[in-house]
Design a protein around this ligand. Structure first.
Ligand code: FES
Length: 120
């Protein structure tokens, strides 16, 4: 069973392989959305770009490949950013929600998250 390690929240969450990352984050009460996303996200259709996450660790292929829609929407964003609503969890990974406004201690949180083994 994959584990999604949410860096900002400091929590490991189990999910099923094949679950949508946005749905996992919302189900578990993670801070997926900033203000704009809270008041008006697209509900997971890949249109609003408010469900940004950065992938900070995990084996290659931890998520489904980027969709064409995602590639278009994230054209000028860092390569490790994804739209949570378009990403399907395949195996364990480390995720930072709202990478566009990282916490001031993001680097140390990510380092700590990477230092602990992540089950597949
Ligand atoms: S929820 Fe709107 S793009 Fe993901």
């Amino acid at each position: 069973m994959p584990i999604v390690r949410f860096v900002r929240e400091g929590r490991d969450v189990k999910c099923l392989s094949g679950e949508n990352l946005r749905e996992v984050a919302l189900r578990e009460g993670m801070e997926l959305y900033g203000f704009k996303g809270i008041i008006g996200n697209c509900g997971g259709s890949g249109q609003c770009i408010t469900c940004l996450v950065s992938i900070e660790g995990g084996k290659g292929g931890s998520l489904s490949p980027m969709t064409n829609l995602e590639k278009q929407k994230l054209k000028n964003r860092p390569k490790n950013w994804r739209l949570a609503c378009q990403a399907i969890v395949k195996s364990s990974l480390i995720v930072l929600t709202k990478p566009q406004s990282p916490p001031s201690n993001a680097n140390s949180l990510i380092k700590e998250a990477l230092s602990n083994d992540l089950p597949r």
